[in-house]
Write a protein that binds this ligand. Structure first.
Ligand SMILES: Cc1cc2nc3c(=O)[nH]c(=O)nc-3n(C[C@H](O)[C@H](O)[C@H](O)COP(=O)(O)OP(=O)(O)OC[C@H]3O[C@@H](n4cnc5c(N)ncnc54)[C@H](O)[C@@H]3O)c2cc1C
Length: 390
């Protein structure tokens, strides 16, 4: 692959997860000549091991971050209209946050969420015990459980969506190269980034976007040769355990269901026709040890917890029949996304975030305007400069 053949690129994206592939489509649609390189297969990183609930309902404490997430959900609605919800793996299920009155802190937190979401203008309805039963029949609730109904939340089949974004980008002329790792950054004598080295040659473009997820610190160290990035990059890697049951005909989980922070459980209707189960409380089981026995223990804990809400689940499916996955959350140290240039390396952009499933369409739209310089990176909110040492 000669350099010359690649000289006409406007932009190179490193990383074929949901962030990279969605950005490739949005940039190609905006008329950019784009190449994306993925070291393995598309969506095999965190994107393929995500709970994949798109929402702004759990982002209630930070106005700007709530609005970015809400823009993500609106982005999905627009994409579903444009390209078809089913083709993209978008299910407009809505969500229910369910908390019993006996759980004092959890109930107060739900009341605060309701007030905040009302102020933000994010659709949200309070359901008393009878309305909850009518809305979610077939599930077990304590007599004093109440809920928030969140119709704008949705479930994304993240690998399917990512593949569809890559397909759409290719149809607009983008190159999407799998099994093609970026090995090093190419820069001029002033440090201006001009492209990336890959095994078969060099890709040259005036803008390079790193969308490399949880490994971004190490990737930056490898690509620049500055080992310090691996330890200094302000990102925590937070593993999570997910379980997906086999298809269960007519199961009663037809929305995202989540509970109180004091009795943590997440359920959603999985794209395979089964139920996906997660719980931050259970994640700790696999933090130190991901051997067979630890995974099984975690799976059993998830199944037990889900069976409190889904009657008969424990007797219907065994842990062995379920798919257990570990995903690693890319969690910026202050919880907010990192979207912006790497200070001192003109032409190099970093995009890394938790809630990347929700945020992918909003971040991709933002990248189009950032790269056009229509929007000035906001150092306060999403830029790397907000962290000491950058
Ligand atoms: C258990 C769990 C539950 C979650 N639940 C939700 C949720 O409900 N809602 C939500 O919005 N978010 C959720 N998230 C977070 C969300 O999944 C992530 O924020 C998102 O998937 C990140 O996508 P990404 O494209 O940035 O990273 P990734 O999907 O990890 O993609 C990065 C890609 O870069 C590639 N790469 C790395 N280095 C190189 C290189 N040198 N050259 C080429 N390619 C390279 C990797 O192979 C990888 O494919 C969850 C995460 C986990 C783990």
């Amino acid at each position: 692959m000669a350099d010359r053949a690649r000289m006409s690129l406007d932009c190179i994206i490193v990383g074929g997860g949901i962030i990279g592939c969605t950005a490739a489509f949005y940039l190609a649609r905006a008329g950019r000549r784009v190449a994306l390189v993925e070291r393995g297969r598309l969506a095999e990183g965190t994107t393929g091991n995500s709970f994949a609930w798109a929402n702004a309902s759990t982002k209630t404490t930070d106005d700007a971050y709530h609005r970015l997430n809400a823009a993500g959900t609106m982005g999905y609605i627009a994409l579903a209209r444009e390209l078809g919800a089913e083709a993209l793996g978008i299910s407009a299920t809505g969500a229910l946050q369910v908390v019993s009155r006996a759980d004092g802190p959890g109930f107060r937190a739900m009341q605060d969420d309701f007030a905040a979401l009302g102020q933000f203008g994010y659709d949200c309805e309070w359901l008393g015990p009878a309305a909850l039963r009518a809305e979610a029949p077939g599930l077990t609730w304590s007599a004093d459980a109440e809920a928030l109904l969140l119709p704008r939340d949705m479930v994304i089949d993240a690998p399917r969506f990512t593949a569809a974004m890559a397909r759409q980008a290719r149809a607009l002329g983008a190159e999407v190269l799998q099994n093609c790792a970026a090995l090093a950054l190419i820069a001029d004598d002033d440090g201006r980034v001009e492209g990336v080295e890959i095994a078969s040659g060099r890709l040259l473009a005036p803008q390079v976007i790193l969308a490399t997820g949880a490994d971004t610190g190490q990737v930056l160290a490898d690509l620049t040769g500055f080992a310090g990035f691996a330890a200094r990059f302000p990102l925590r890697q937070v593993p999570g355990l997910l379980m997906t049951t086999p298809p269960l005909k007519g199961h009663p989980v037809n929305r995202v269901i989540y509970g109180s922070t004091t009795d943590e459980l997440h359920l959603l209707p999985a794209p395979n026709g089964g139920i996906r189960i997660g719980s931050d409380d259970v994640d700790g089981v696999i933090w130190e040890d991901r051997g067979k026995a630890a995974m099984r223990r975690g799976g059993q804990a998830l199944l037990r917890r889900a069976a409190r809400v889904v009657p008969g689940l424990e007797s219907t499916v065994s842990v062995e029949a379920c798919r257990l996955q570990v995903g690693v959350r890319p969690y910026p140290e202050d919880g907010r996304s990192i979207i912006g240039p790497l200070p001192g390396a003109e032409g190099l952009w970093i995009v890394v975030t938790h809630s990347g499933i929700t945020l992918a369409p909003a971040i991709a739209a933002r990248l189009v305007t950032l790269l056009d310089r229509e929007e000035v990176p906001d150092p306060g909110h999403y830029a790397l400069e907000r962290f000491a040492g950058f």
